[in-house]
Design a binder for this molecule. Structure first.
Ligand SMILES: [Zn+2]
Length: 402
C-alpha cells in the first residue's frame, strides 16, 4: 500500500521544529529543523517521507516519552500538525488536539496516548525487515503513526475529525491527559464516536470490560497454637471463598456479536500474627472483570454473592465497562467498509472514559496487545498500514445515516 502526501503538505510551507531527542545511550540531543515541506527531510531524527509509516513510527519511538515526560513528543506532533492549514490545533499541557472545522453532520474522535511505560533496556528504535522494535513500538507509537499520518493525509474528510494525542495513560488516573482534556477543555472534546489507537493487532475491539477490586475480610479469635480450640483461625476461614473463586466459571455474554468473558481472581492475601498465634484476621483482595452488560452496582452485587458470608467487604477500585456500540453509524461503517475482524475487548481501556462522557468508542490500533509493556515489543509494517488505510477510507466516506 502506498499513501500520498496531501496537497497542503506538498506546498512549500516553511516551519521549524524544536526537538530534543534522547538517544538509546540516554544522551540528549537538542536540535532545530526548518522543513521546506513535509518531504524535505535529511536528518536521522527528521520526519521520514510520508510513504513510509514504519519509518514514521520509528521516529516516534526515537523521541523518548515515558509517562510525565511527553513534552518533546507533544512538541513534535504539535509543530507538524500546526503546519497543516486544514487543522485547528490546540495545546493543553502535554496534550495536543487537532480538529477539522468543516461543519459536517458528525464528528469522529481519533485518540491515542503519547506516553510509554518505563524503559527496560529497549529505548533504541530498531527496524528489522518490516518490523519495528523499541519502547512503545507496540503500545502505541505504531498506532500514533497511523493516526498522525491520517491527520496529514485526509484534508477534506466526509465527517469532522478531532485527533487527540494525550499524555499519561500508563499511570494513575489522576495524571490522565485525557481526563485533563475532558475536565478542563471540554469544548474540544465533543464528538459522536471515538476510536482509540491501543494495540489490537489491527482488529476492531469493541467496548471494554469493567474492572473492580474488593478487600474481603474474615475474622477469628486469637489463641496459642498449642491450644487452637480456644480460638478461631481466620486464615482457615478463607478456604470456602478460595474454593468458590477456584471453581468460578464466568459468564460469556454476546453483545452486538462480540463475546465477552468474565473472570474473578484472588490477587492478594494478607493475614497472620506470629508463628505461634492462631490468627484473628485474614483478608483476600479479589479482582472482578465484568462484561459491559453489568453496571458497577450489578458487578459489586455479583461479587458479593460469589464471596458469600464474610465480616467485611470493601470495594477499593471500580472502573465501569463500555458497551461495544457497534450499531453506531461511524463504528458500523468502519467495520463494514474495512471488513476487519471485530471482537470484544477483554481488558480495560480509555474507551470506558469516552463511554462515561456519553461517546461510544472502540479500540483500533496496530500491534499485538499481548506484547504491550514487554521488553521486546514490536509492531509490523502491515498492521500500521492497515489501520492507516482503514482510517483514511472511513474519513473519506460518509456513513450511511439512514
Ligand atoms: Zn496503551
Amino acid at each position: 500500500m502506498t499513501t500520498s502526501a496531501s496537497g497542503s503538505a506538498s506546498t512549500s510551507v516553511e516551519w521549524s521544529v524544536n526537538v530534543t531527542v534522547i538517544d538509546h545511550n540516554g544522551t540528549s540531543k537538542p536540535f532545530m529543523r526548518v522543513f521546506r515541506n513535509f518531504r524535505d527531510v535529511c536528518d536521522d531524527y527528521a520526519l521520514p517521507p510520508v510513504t513510509d509509516l514504519l519509518e514514521l513510527a520509528s521516529t516516534l519511538v526515537a523521541v523518548r516519552s515515558e509517562s510525565l515526560d511527553e513534552a518533546r513528543l507533544a512538541d513534535l506532533v504539535e509543530e507538524n500538525l500546526r503546519a497543516q492549514p486544514h487543522l485547528d490545533v490546540h495545546r493543553h499541557r502535554e496534550n495536543v488536539v487537532a480538529r477539522t472545522v468543516l461543519d459536517r453532520p458528525m464528528r469522529l474522535i481519533i485518540a491515542g496516548h503519547l506516553d510509554t511505560v518505563p524503559a527496560n533496556d529497549n529505548l533504541e528504535a530498531r527496524i528489522v525487515g518490516d518490523r519495528l522494535y523499541g519502547l512503545g513500538a507496540c503500545d502505541m507509537k505504531g498506532g500514533l503513526a497511523a493516526m498522525f499520518q491520517t491527520a496529514m493525509d485526509v484534508v477534506e474528510p466526509a465527517v469532522d475529525v478531532t485527533y487527540v494525542f494525550y499524555s499519561a495513560e500508563e499511570i494513575a488516573a489522576k495524571h490522565s491527559g485525557l481526563l485533563q482534556l475532558f475536565e478542563e477543555r471540554a469544548e474540544l472534546m465533543g464528538g459522536d464516536a471515538a476510536l482509540l489507537g491501543e494495540p489490537t493487532s489491527a482488529m476492531i475491539e469493541a467496548g471494554c470490560q469493567g474492572t473492580m477490586r474488593a478487600r474481603v475480610t474474615f475474622l477469628g479469635e486469637r489463641a496459642h497454637t498449642a491450644r487452637p480450640w480456644m480460638g478461631r483461625n481466620a486464615i482457615h476461614r478463607l478456604r470456602e471463598v478460595l474454593a468458590s473463586l477456584d471453581q468460578y466459571e464466568g459468564r460469556r455474554p454476546v453483545i452486538d456479536g462480540c463475546e465477552y468473558r468474565e473472570a474473578i481472581q484472588a490477587v492478594f492475601v494478607e493475614g497472620g500474627v506470629a508463628g505461634n498465634v492462631v490468627p484473628d484476621s485474614a483478608t483476600v483482595t479479589i479482582n472482578h472483570r465484568f462484561a459491559p452488560d453489568r453496571t458497577a452496582e450489578e458487578a459489586e452485587a455479583h461479587l458479593r454473592e460469589v464471596v458469600g458470608e464474610c465480616d467485611d467487604f470493601e470495594v477499593t477500585d471500580m472502573s465501569i465497562a463500555a458497551m461495544p456500540s457497534l450499531t453506531h453509524p461511524l463504528l458500523r461503517t468502519l467495520a463494514d467498509r474495512s471488513g476487519l475482524e471485530v471482537r470484544a475487548k477483554l481488558g480495560w481501556t480509555d474507551v470506558a472514559r469516552f463511554a462515561a462522557y456519553g461517546i461510544p468508542a472502540a479500540n483500533f490500533g496496530s500491534g499485538d496487545p499481548t506484547l504491550a509493556h514487554t521488553r521486546d515489543e514490536f509492531v509490523d509494517r502491515h498492521e500500521i498500514e492497515t489501520v492507516h488505510a482503514a482510517l483514511c477510507d472511513l474519513l473519506r466516506h460518509s456513513p450511511d445515516l439512514g
